[in-house]
Design a protein around this ligand. Structure first.
Ligand code: SF4
Length: 184
């Protein structure tokens, strides 16, 4: 029996209701191509880092914030004391240990966990300046786009991993090209 290449896919794109708001983000073309038409060529492995680390569905919304030491943290949007940076970072290593033969990732754009170069990164400001713990009045300013923390951590361990966002898989051709990159 031929081993099919395994592709890890953000579970919300396959219709799993795992998002912070209790919904899914099913990508119909992706499901049709990868789950139906080419199920003999590839095997999909759904994953949701936020659920895997024990966050509930629904759950408080999180975002990427650069702190005073230029480190990226994953903090609650409403409650900035909710910090899930460490568990999301560690889960990438756990996932790669669980699935050492994963050939590539299809990830949800803009997600603070799963995004690939499309996730908004914020700086936190208070009346006393950037990221003061003493002050309570907080505002955020978006400074750039980066990758979600789970994906950043994956790339530390496997920098060569093919990773693509669902927004780049808008045609059948694009899906087939991605499958071909995994077969090479
Ligand atoms: S963490 Fe990833 S898989 Fe889970 S809901 Fe967010 S984007 Fe989807």
């Amino acid at each position: 029996m031929i081993n099919k290449p395994k592709i890890a896919v953000s579970a919300c794109l396959l219709g799993h209701r795992v998002r912070y708001d209790g919904r899914e983000k099913k990508h119909s073309l992706l499901v049709d191509i990868f789950l139906n038409q080419f199920s003999d060529k590839v095997e999909l492995v759904p994953f949701c880092p936020e659920v895997a680390i024990g966050l509930s569905v629904p759950r408080p919304k999180i975002q990427l914030v650069r702190d005073n030491n230029e480190q990226i943290q994953v903090l609650g949007v409403e409650n900035h004391r909710l910090d899930v940076t460490e568990p999301l970072t560690s889960y990438a290593e756990i996932f790669l240990q669980q699935y050492p033969d994963i050939k590539g990732f299809i990830v949800k754009s803009k997600s603070p966990s799963c995004g690939f170069q499309s996730t908004p990164l914020f700086e936190m400001f208070t009346e006393k300046g950037r990221f003061s713990e003493i002050d309570t009045k907080i505002s955020y300013k978006q400074i750039e786009f980066t990758s979600g923390i789970f994906v950043q951590s994956l790339l530390v361990f496997k920098p060569e991993l093919p990773i693509i966002e669902e927004i780049q898989l808008s045609t059948e051709d694009a899906c087939l090209k991605f499958i071909q990159t995994l077969e090479n």
